[in-house]
Design a protein around this ligand. Sequence first.
Ligand code: MEV
Length: 331
Amino acid sequence: MALPRVMASGFAPGKCILFGEHAVVYGHPAVAVAIESGVRVSVEQSNEWTLEGVAFEPSRHPHISHILDTVFEYDGSPLKMEVESSLFSAAGLGSSAALSNAIGAALQDHINPGQKLDPVALARMGHSAEAMAQKGRASPTDTATSALGGCIVVSGNQVEGTRHVFDAKLETPEGLRKWSINAVDLPDSLDDACLVIGFTGEMSSTGKMVAGVAKLLEEQPEMEGEMDAIGRITRAGLTAMSAGNLEAVGMAMDACHERLRMLGVSSPSLETLIEAARPHSFGAKLTGSGGGGCMIALTRDPRRVAEAIEVAGGSPLISRLGAPGVRLLED
Ligand code: MEV
């Protein structure tokens, strides 16, 4: 029997962390922006469960199965699921958060067609999926930025000059963590600048990188000093962003990268791309969990930086800062 062809589609953007990755897992602030590239998911009733045209194996797709089973407790007809991503995956651009948000949006529209999306609810469900995939150590940064869009500050405490949106908490192996999720309006002067993202070609596991930092802090507690320094740099970077001072934002990005290097999360390929981008940029750093993945550069000359990254062996992607968040797509 033929089934009705009712397709629901959602899109969620990826993100770049400008300041504060890793330290945010421990309650320090982080600043992230949504980017123009992202993940599109469509779901359609079918006779069998498929993902991208092949049989869906839940154990191979923990984010999707968590959203389906634990969040939605979905027990409806099988679904044909299609995923299209314009993000480099496992590369620090929040592709798994974007996937969770996009599938959450598409599923909600499939189950309750026409109901308005609630980005905060999507951010929360995405965070629970990230936490499950990262062995209980995940900040809500990626999922909140992808859900809400724009520029998001995530911190253990509310940060001055930001607009509070919601709070999140998580029981981690190191104890209960709480975050305040806040939005920031970017000044028009930042419209002159772009982010150029450079993918090293090396995939990296956020879970492993976060676990590596946890081990380092356990073995060398003095490394907490690097976390505190990242927190201070993040606050200075946010002040510079709010003032539209691109030079100061770039300096803070460079300084943040140095601290991340001290935590051991950079890699030779990241260093090569950062070095290639810096002469034409306000600042450059790794973004996300590091250990491969992507770097970002802030610049008014995105083509030149993209060329420099390409010549150095990376794959560039240009985005403005602060794209819109998760949304439904009309087909
Ligand atoms: C991942 O994009 C950023 C990290 O800070 C991990 C997290 O916030 O969950 C490394």
